[in-house]
Design a protein around this ligand. Structure first.
Ligand code: SF4
Length: 286
């Protein structure tokens, strides 16, 4: 059985850098993480075991009690940052530079007089980082959510992890429903997201089945599973190597392997090793 790995998969550099920064904090017990650095149970438990406090990402009303606050790679609004600074909080800022790029683009467009139409997940912490600073922003989860009458100057931007196809559909719908408006489209999807999307497309054309490594609550992991199933390929999502069942692969010659963006490299490597071992066992049994 041949195992073909996606060219790009798993944790992005933004989240890896944020975890590294969290590792280097000397007194984690004096720091609250705003939300989750990564939606991965094992990683989250490890951080809490080190002494970090955690505050749900949408709980903005009360400020954390600890003197330090860690901002995750998803970033926060200028408004929220000012509140933290005014309260004297020491900030450990792990905002991904590609999220910062989205903030700068948004600010430039709003300053130039455009109303933002943001393709993204309503309520997501990265989206809140934009809407808190620019409350006039219209957030749309997909093209069907785009309404008429949004304004005469519109700028379509994207949450960094938005699928390119969805973003293109949103932009097209905005144009269609606002034929007389001036419309700018700024593609703010990050490069790692783009690379992962291209890699899964290439992989699905080469394999008979797919294994996706990632958590049940990870959106992008589920999206990978959906993509495989839409192509009619058998697909299994696992969080750990010991969940793989040898009989799944009994009649397969080529199996693909990919992972959601919250999956650490070590977990993917363990799953890969186990797939190789299953392949060897099946070969011997033939
Ligand atoms: S913007 Fe892209 S690279 Fe940065 S943390 Fe988000 S997904 Fe990762």
């Amino acid at each position: 059985m041949l195992i073909v790995q996606a060219e790009h998969m798993g944790m992005c550099f933004g989240v890896e850098d944020a975890l590294e920064a969290a590792e280097s904090v000397n007194r984690p017990e004096a720091v609250t993480i705003l939300g989750e650095i990564v939606h991965n149970r094992g990683v989250q438990e490890g951080l809490l075991a080190r002494g970090y406090a955690s505050q749900p990402e949408n709980a903005r009303a009360a400020l954390p009690e600890t003197p330090g606050v860690l901002i995750t790679a998803h970033g926060i609004s200028k408004l929220y940052r000012q509140r933290l600074e005014t309260a004297g909080k020491q900030i450990v800022d792990t905002t991904c530079p590609l999220v910062t790029r989205l903030h700068k683009t948004a600010e430039k467009l709003v300053t130039a007089g455009y109303r933002l139409v943001l393709a993204g997940k309503p309520g997501h912490v990265e989206v809140l980082g934009i809407t808190e600073d620019f409350p006039d922003t219209v957030v749309v989860a997909d093209a069907a959510a785009v309404r008429t009458g949004l304004g005469q100057r519109l700028a379509v931007v994207a949450q960094t992890t938005t699928p390119s196809e969805l973003f293109a559909q949103v932009a097209a719908r905005v144009r269609e429903l606002h034929p007389t408006s001036e419309i700018r489209v700024s593609d703010t999807i990050c490069r790692p997201t783009r690379q992962r999307q291209a890699a899964i497309g290439a992989l699905l054309g080469r394999v008979q089945a797919l294994v996706v490594v990632g958590g049940a609550n990870s959106n992008n992991t589920q999206r990978l599973v959906d993509q495989a199933r839409q192509r009619g390929l058998p697909c299994w999502r696992v969080e750990r190597d010991d969940e793989l069942q040898p009989h799944w692969f009994a009649d397969l010659a080529v199996v693909g392997l990919t992972a959601g963006t919250s999956t650490p490299r070590s977990t993917v490597q363990a799953v890969h090793r186990r797939l190789l071992s299953i392949g060897r066992t099946l070969r011997r049994a033939m």
